[in-house]
Design a protein around this ligand. Structure first.
Ligand code: CA
Length: 223
């Protein structure tokens, strides 16, 4: 699924250039003219990154950024026209992730957007029901605590959490989790499921989220 970018910019020519460059690169892009339109649009959801002109007609992009940071961690890139604005972007702790000075090349802007989204995704722990998956740090939190897992236990859990509720056969799990291991068999899967279950039980004895489906395989229940 392509990311959706919200652009707040009052100069038509710049807006057109940015929107064209984003769409040409496969992004969905939406445009507002006023700072006051940014928060209401964000509240409706579905925005993955905001490009914010500093000099907007109704308020400054700085004010918008400060206000949106109270409720949102969405990446923000400022568009600035003057060097004193750049100083403010850098000097104030506004919670902006990047800035681009006008005039800029649309290609550079798109590259920055892409880089910013990648970093955001990698750094962002994902909630999966009662689990929290921190892919960047290779760790998973369960019942409020980070699990202490071996490499294969972690890979097994991550694979199951990739699609909660979906049944994965032992052969599929062997293929995906133990692809680089030399000596494995279906017992390998069962053994690791057993130790993983024991570690989960230690943190929350009541839940037991891994389901065994006789003759089919395993799934995980995150609710
Ligand atoms: Ca402007």
């Amino acid at each position: 699924m392509s990311a959706t970018i919200l652009l707040a910019e009052d100069e038509a020519a710049i807006a057109e250039t940015v929107l064209y460059a984003l769409r040409a690169d496969g992004f969905a892009a939406e445009h507002v003219l006023l700072g006051g339109q940014v928060l209401p649009r964000l509240a409706r959801g579905g925005i993955d990154l905001v490009i914010l002109d500093v000099g907007l007609p109704d308020c400054s992009g700085f004010d918008v950024c400060r206000a949106l940071r109270e409720t949102s961690a969405v990446p923000v890139i400022f568009l600035t026209a003057r060097s004193d604005e750049i100083d403010r972007v850098l000097g104030l702790e506004l919670g902006a992730d990047d800035y681009i000075a006008k005039p800029f090349s649309p290609r550079e802007l798109v590259a920055r957007v892409r880089a910013r989204l990648r970093r955001h995704d990698a750094g962002q722990p994902r909630q999966r029901g009662c689990f929290e998956v921190d892919a960047a740090a290779h760790r998973v939190r369960f019942a409020g605590q980070w699990l202490d897992l071996t490499r294969y236990e972690h890979a097994l859990l991550a694979e199951l959490l990739h699609r909660p509720g979906a049944i994965l056969s032992r052969a599929q799990l062997l293929d995906r989790v133990w692809a680089d291991a030399l000596e494995t068999g279906e017992r390998t899967v069962d053994t690791h499921v057993k130790t993983l279950r024991a570690k989960l039980r230690q943190l929350d004895p009541a839940r037991d989220p891994i389901r065994t489906h006789r003759g089919l395989g395993y799934s995980i229940d995150v609710d």
